[in-house]
Design a protein around this ligand. Structure first.
Ligand SMILES: NC(=O)c1ccc[n+]([C@@H]2O[C@H](COP(=O)([O-])OP(=O)(O)OC[C@H]3O[C@@H](n4cnc5c(N)ncnc54)[C@H](OP(=O)(O)O)[C@@H]3O)[C@@H](O)[C@H]2O)c1
Length: 392
């Protein structure tokens, strides 16, 4: 019998790749709901093609526009609107699989709704784990949800765990996360001062949304991934290493106590981890060609340049600080990246805003999702003030 799938953020890069994989297996997967923020034309095209029961958008005026486009296409998908309806399609009892592909902290509640209702959750929204890692993992254990990472590095680690478990044990000594280095690899900070948002979003190997593309350019993405890996696989910060690997062919290394190191290799295409997680524990076709190692020239690895890309170290520091430090880090980063994408601050000011927000915060323990959201809101106010002061 086919499985019912909800894609949170279907109009984004992860959403589109997920639909591409699903469309190759129409007997195995049916779309239950698709969601977007404002991209109603794309969402309408997706609804016409996949005929989901529901489409969810966040604003009433967008819902009206979507409804009229769907009517003109003769599509009978029901349009829902707002955060509550987003949670509804994530936890509806007929849904088997939820793909968490919304970008940023706004994805936390709907991802948690899917986790708490025990779904198979394919996690792309790394910000949920960065903001609320411990609570998130507790909810996974409580509900019995099957959490499968589709961030390529974390999916690769999952594949390299010999028993495919989500938490590693004492036989693992270290995890290595490769990073492409982004579009400014090898640059000095002063060369990056005046880069434009479009230049920062021009990732050499991956085609992604604008927020994660900027995070890749600052290396904050790798910092968020270190935090994600730490919560996901229960590994301390000092057992997670980052190496610059410009070719993006190796997606992770897992080092075992007997001296074995397992690696996951593949063409850099998100359909690989998505297909793996959709079918797990089986395997299905993803539409991606098998890696041809005879045409891959060198596979290079080097240590990251912390001096010119300070966000990575800031993320490690937040992870070791504990409490709500990673929540604050995430909120400050989202605020600063948004300011950069809107040309309010320089690229190099992103790292300064994040660092200064953390320096001016007192870290507190977090026991509820409401406390996560309060911490997130406080950090956004502080980082917005710092941005205002910086641009005066
Ligand atoms: N792209 C990748 O290759 C990749 C790889 C690993 C992990 N990830 C993670 O996957 C997540 C998605 O990344 P992406 O690159 O796919 O982002 P993206 O292309 O920007 O897509 C984001 C999706 O979220 C929706 N969205 C944005 N703001 C929203 C809001 N306020 N309320 C509800 N929905 C909202 C967007 O809708 P609209 O289209 O209407 O704006 C879109 O469907 C991120 O957490 C990222 O870190 C991505």
């Amino acid at each position: 019998m086919s499985q019912q799938v909800t894609i949170l953020g279907s109009t984004g890069s992860i959403g589109v790749s997920s639909l591409d994989v699903i469309s190759r297996h129409p007997e195995d997967f049916k779309i239950f709901a698709l969601t977007a923020n404002v991209a109603y034309q794309t969402l309408a095209d997706q609804c016409a093609k996949y005929n989901p029961s529901y489409a969810v958008v966040m604003k009433q005026n967008i819902a009206q526009k979507l409804t009229s486009v769907l009517r003109s296409k003769g599509c009978n998908t029901q349009v829902l609107c707002g955060a509550e309806d987003l949670n509804l399609v994530a936890q509806e009892s007929t849904v088997d699989i939820v793909i968490a592909g919304i970008v940023g902290s706004i994805g936390l509640r709907s991802t948690m709704a899917a986790v708490e209702s025990g779904k198979k959750v394919l996690l792309a929204n790394k910000e949920s784990l960065v903001m609320a890692g411990r609570l998130f993992k507790q909810a996974v254990l409580r509900s019995g949800c099957t959490l499968l990472p589709i961030d390529s590095e974390h999916n690769a680690i999952f594949q390299c765990l010999s028993d495919n478990r989500q938490s590693v044990n004492e036989t693992i000594t270290k995890l290595t996360l490769p990073a492409s280095g982004g579009p400014f690899r090898g640059w000095q900070a002063k060369q990056m001062r005046d880069v434009t948002p479009d230049e920062a979003c021009a990732h050499p190997n991956w085609k992604m949304g604008r927020k994660i593309s900027v995070d890749s350019a600052t290396l904050m993405n790798k910092g968020l991934e270190v935090i994600e890996a730490s919560f996901l696989f229960e590994m301390p910060a000092d057992s997670i290493e980052v190496l610059i690997h410009p070719q993006s062919i190796v997606h992770a290394f897992v080092h075992y106590t007997d001296g074995s190191t397992l690696a996951h290799l593949g063409v850099p295409d998100m359909r690989v981890p998505i297909a793996h997680a959709l079918a797990w524990p089986k395997r299905i076709k993803s539409g991606v060609k098998t890696l041809d190692l005879s045409v891959v020239s060198d596979l290079e690895f080097s240590l990251p340049d912390h001096k010119n890309f300070p966000c990575l170290q800031t993320a490690y520091d937040a992870l070791t600080s504990g409490g709500d430090a990673t929540t604050i880090l995430n909120a400050a980063n989202e605020t600063a990246v948004d300011a950069f994408l809107n040309s309010r601050i320089k690229f190099t000011q992103i790292s300064e805003i994040v660092r200064d927000t953390l320096t001016n915060s007192i870290f507190s323990p977090i026991d509820t999702i409401e406390e996560v959201e309060e911490s997130d809101a406080r950090a956004r106010i502080l980082s917005s003030k710092l941005i205002k002061a910086a641009v005066k």
